[in-house]
Design a binder for this molecule. Structure first.
Ligand SMILES: Nc1ncnc2c1ncn2[C@@H]1O[C@H](COP(=O)(O)OP(=O)(O)OP(=O)(O)O)[C@@H](O)[C@H]1O
Length: 193
C-alpha cells in the first residue's frame, strides 16, 4: 500500500475569519512539503485539517496510510519518567525497535527524567520519538525545529529525509527554513481569503 495525501480546494475558517481558500496539494511517496507563512496565517490549522482533526470549511482531504501529527501538544504522560511514558505507547503501537528512536534522538540519558521536567527541545525530541515508534507513513510536523539546538535541528531534517527516502510523506509547517533534499514549499499567503 503506497502512502498518499491529497487535499482539494480546501478553505479554512476559524471563528468568524476565513483564513485561506482554494488550497490544493497532492503528496506521493517520497514527497516532503514545507508549509510556510507568518504567524496566524493558518499553518497549524491546515495540518489539523490534513490530520482529520479539524473540518475544512470547504474542500476535501483524502489519504492512504496512517497519519502521525506532532504539534505542541505532547502526547506523553507528564507525570511519568520519559522511559515509562514512551514504553506505554510502544506497547500500544506495537513498536518493534524502540531503541532506534532513543538512539537517533539521543534520549537515552533522559529516560529517568519525569516528562514534565523536560526542556522544550527535549519534549520535542520525545514527541518525535513517539512518532518514529509508530512507524506511520504520513508525518505532519508542526514547527518541528522549535526549541531544538542546531545539532538536533539537523538530526530532525535528516530523519525527515530518511523517512521520505524510504517512501514516506512529510508535511512540515515551519517559518524557518527546513532543509530536505527535493523538498517543495507551499506558501499559505498565496491562498489568503
Ligand atoms: N479554535 C479557534 N477559534 C478561533 N480562532 C482560532 C482557533 N484556533 C486558531 N484560531 C485562529 O486562527 C488563526 C490561525 O491559527 P494557526 O494556529 O493555524 O496559525 P499558524 O499559521 O500555525 O500560526 P503560528 O505560526 O503562530 O503557529 C489565528 O489567527 C488563530 O488565532
Amino acid at each position: 500500500m503506497q502512502a498518499q495525501l491529497t487535499a482539494k480546494d480546501i478553505a479554512c475558517r476559524r471563528g468568524e475569519r476565513l483564513l485561506f481558500k482554494g488550497l490544493s496539494l497532492d503528496c506521493a511517496p517520497g514527497d516532503a512539503l514545507q508549509i510556510t507563512g507568518a504567524n496566524g496565517v493558518g499553518k497549524s490549522s491546515l495540518l489539523r485539517i490534513l490530520a482529520g482533526l479539524l473540518r475544512p470549511f470547504a474542500g476535501e482531504v483524502s489519504s492512504t496510510g496512517a497519519i502521525g501529527l506532532v504539534d505542541e501538544r505532547l502526547a506523553l504522560d507528564a507525570n511519568q519518567p520519559l522511559g515509562k511514558a514512551l514504553a506505554f505507547w510502544e506497547r500500544l503501537d506495537g513498536c518493534s525497535d524502540p531503541g532506534r528512536a532513543l538512539d537517533v534522538l539521543q534520549l537515552e540519558p533522559l529516560l529517568d527524567v519525569p516528562v514534565r521536567y523536560l526542556s522544550t527541545g527535549q519534549k520535542k525530541r520525545a514527541a518525535l520519538a513517539r512518532l518514529l515508534n509508530r512507524n506511520c507513513p504520513i508525518w505532519l510536523l508542526d514547527e518541528p525545529l522549535n526549541g531544538l539546538d542546531t545539532q538536533a535541528q539537523k538530526s530532525v531534517e535528516a530523519l525527515v529525509a530518511l523517512h521520505c527516502g524510504g517512501g514516506g510523506i512529510a508535511v512540515v509547517a515551519s517559518h524557518q527554513p527546513f532543509a530536505v533534499p527535493g523538498g517543495k514549499a507551499l506558501a499559505i499567503e498565496d491562498y489568503a481569503a
